[in-house]
Design a protein around this ligand. Structure first.
Ligand SMILES: [Zn+2]
Ligand SMILES: [Zn+2]
Length: 134
């Protein structure tokens, strides 16, 4: 289990309950996911608890809501999952995380060129995955 996650819960006087642990690890391995898929993937946690836990996670900035492939999904924030971008299949909805340091540096440089201090950005590339092209 992630140390920063445990420390943050402790700081907010929240215990590491089974639902919190399961939700966090599942998002870490398989996020971003629509809430419905998260519920389906965790039959041991009831639906209301998933919603309530996500609410707590949002307040603590552990997760964020993103729109990817036109679908609302939840994913861990950059603090808990390294910053990345998404490739999204417009046919089946498959999402792949991509990372690339030169893109990050280039975006920061471009922002600076325009007098901006870059804080966050999201990049999504839409297209067809390998399966859907076949
Ligand atoms: Zn696809
Ligand atoms: Zn980036």
């Amino acid at each position: 289990m992630n140390d920063a996650f445990k420390a943050l819960l402790k700081k907010n006087r929240l215990s590491l309950t089974l639902p919190r642990r399961e939700l966090f690890s599942h998002l870490r391995s398989y996020g971003p996911l629509p809430v419905a898929e998260l519920i389906a993937a965790l039959p041991q946690v009831d639906r209301a608890t998933v919603y309530r836990t996500l609410e707590t996670f949002r307040e603590l900035a552990i997760v964020q809501d993103i729109i990817t492939g036109g679908q609302k999904m939840v994913e861990l924030t950059d603090r808990f999952s390294p910053h990345h971008h998404h490739l999204v299949c417009t046919n089946c909805g498959k999402s792949v995380d991509i990372e690339d340091a030169p893109i990050e540096n280039r975006l920061t440089a471009l922002a600076r060129l325009h007098g901006f201090t870059a804080q966050t950005h999201q990049i999504e590339v839409s297209g067809l995955c390998a399966n859907c092209q076949a």
